[in-house]
Design a protein around this ligand. Sequence first.
Ligand SMILES: [Fe+2]
Length: 372
Amino acid sequence: MRIIGLNYGLHDQSIAIIENNEIILSHEMERETRIKKNYIFHKAVNHEIFFSESNRVLYERFLKETKPDDVIAIAGFADTSNSLDTKIHTMINYKKIDLGDTIDSWRNFNNYIIKDKVYHITHHFAHVAYAYFTNPFDEFDVLSYDSTGRWYSAIFLNSEDNVIVDLSYELNLGSLWLFSSWHLRGMEHVDDAGILMGAAAYGEVNLEVYDFLKTFIKKRVIDPMRPGWGSIQGKSQEEKMGVFSDFFTDANKLNKGNDRYKFYFDYCHTLQKVSEETVMELMKPLQKSKNLCTVGGCALNGYINMKLHDLYDEVYTPPACHDAGLSLGVALHANWKLNKNKKIKNKNIAYLGKEYSVTEELVKQLCMNTNN
Ligand SMILES: [Fe+2]
């Protein structure tokens, strides 16, 4: 059975294909469009959802690749209420799956839903699956954490029982970095967590920022997509963020001093320190294995991955641990459940995707750029 995994919609759009237990395609659309992340609201007018360039390219790629008997695997929650999803759903002949307003279906990693040849798991299960079926270990722990992914912000599990430990309240580091990015650099940048992480190396601990960040974590801000939180879909970014207005109100009260660059670097350094402390404190009592997989957008934080070596002998983080890996993750999960394959044929997943040839012309271009 051939499986096509898709991650479409908000950002990091991607496609993956598994055939005969082998990954034959795993491709992120920004490699085609050269538009980083390509959020659907990058060019939105009045916050109206539009069909982004990466979704358009994905749509065309899907039409080219798909065969009539393919199973389509999608991650996350698909909402037919906006035009973007409707267009994609038409493309995959998707019938809305009633997941109910509950996370009870997603308490064990074994769970999935399939209807009309559309296979479905929730967002973090796809993150976990990407690490779960590509790591080199026999048994292992997995930590998946990001900003928002229905129904969780962060989960932990051990491969012996696959029972989900919900860390959404204690470990919403993705939101902390996202809000910090907006606070320091402005919302138009959408998501500059990586830039903040780089800046962390140039600062030192600011105790006032330290207390502020620790207080925010203790407030146990949760995933806004979670049941019980209330629907925020269809609202503007500012309205959504109104939910977290305390963060921005309190952040604006911080004493920035006269040197705004020093404050910026010190804030980033402190954010990194608080993040490392939070992860380590949480993981110590949870640890069941000597091997760990980290995945989800926050797993891009290499300093935390390094720090986790204080607890674990081995730490594995797959290359597209952010949302671009969701398409392959959900396809791997479907390959496990529908085709009964737990380990994939591919020995190395680091070099999947589009191939680039090094031409003499390209080398000349790079040399010219370096000289400039
Ligand atoms: Fe994610």
